[in-house]
Ligand binder design. Structure first.
Ligand SMILES: Cc1cc2nc3c(=O)[nH]c(=O)nc-3n(C[C@H](O)[C@H](O)[C@H](O)COP(=O)(O)O)c2cc1C
Length: 173
C-alpha cells in the first residue's frame, strides 16, 4: 500500500482554515491518520482524540442513517461524495457538518487514503449569508440563500478536490 508522508501533509494543511481530515483506507474501520487544527477547532477535540479512530464518534446519539449510507456506498465504490451529518462537539453542542470525501487511489485503482473536508453549516452561517447579501429584500432572501447555497456547494467541492490533490502529492505510489 502507498505511504502518505504525514509530515509534508501537516506542513501544507496545518495552516488551512478549512477543516481537513485524512483516513487510512488500508486499515480496519478507516481510522484517521491526520486532522488539521481547523477541524479540531470546529469540533472542540484535540487531534489525539481523533487519530487512530473512525470519525463516527462525532455522531454520538444522533440519527444519521441516510448520510451514513451515502458515505458507506461511496467508500465501497471508491467514489467522491458529500453528505450532511448531525454531529456533537466536545462540549455536547450539536452542529450540521457537511462532509465531502475524496478517495486517493493507488496504481491498481484501489483506495489507499480518503481525504475529508468538513464545513460547519448551522443557522448562524445562514444568517451571516443573509446579512452579507443584504436582508432588506426579505422576499428575495430565501431564493438568494438557495442560490448561494448551490454556489457554495460547488465551490466547496472544488476546494475539497484541490485539498485532495495536494495530499496526493505526498503519497508515494
Ligand atoms: C475522511 C473521513 C472523514 C469523516 N468525517 C466525519 C465527520 O466529521 N463526521 C461524521 O459524522 N462522520 C465522518 N465520517 C464518516 C464516518 O467515519 C463513517 O464513514 C460513516 O459514519 C459511515 O459509516 P458507518 O455507518 O459505519 O458509521 C468521515 C469519514 C471519512 C472517511
Amino acid at each position: 500500500m502507498p505511504v502518505l508522508n504525514m509530515e509534508e501533509v501537516a506542513k501544507r494543511l496545518d495552516g488551512s482554515n478549512i477543516a481537513i481530515s485524512v483516513a487510512d483506507a488500508s486499515q480496519n474501520d478507516m481510522p484517521l491518520t491526520y486532522v488539521n487544527p481547523a477541524f479540531c477547532a470546529a469540533t472542540g477535540y484535540d487531534a489525539a482524540r481523533f487519530l487512530g479512530q473512525n470519525c463516527r464518534f462525532l455522531q454520538a446519539d444522533l440519527e444519521n442513517n441516510d448520510s451514513r449510507q451515502i458515505i458507506r456506498d461511496a467508500l465501497i465504490g471508491g467514489a467522491s461524495a458529500q453528505a450532511v451529518f448531525r454531529n456533537r462537539r466536545a462540549d455536547g453542542t450539536e452542529f450540521s457538518n457537511l462532509l465531502i470525501i475524496e478517495p486517493l487511489k493507488d496504481r491498481d485503482n484501489l483506495t489507499a487514503y480518503v481525504v475529508g473536508a468538513q464545513f460547519v453549516i448551522d443557522r448562524r452561517t445562514r444568517v451571516a449569508a443573509a446579512v452579507e447579501h443584504g436582508d432588506h429584500v426579505v422576499r428575495e432572501i430565501d431564493k438568494m440563500l438557495e442560490l448561494n447555497d448551490r454556489l457554495r456547494s460547488t465551490s466547496r467541492q472544488a476546494l475539497a478536490r484541490s485539498v485532495a490533490a495536494t495530499v496526493r502529492l505526498w503519497m508515494d505510489r
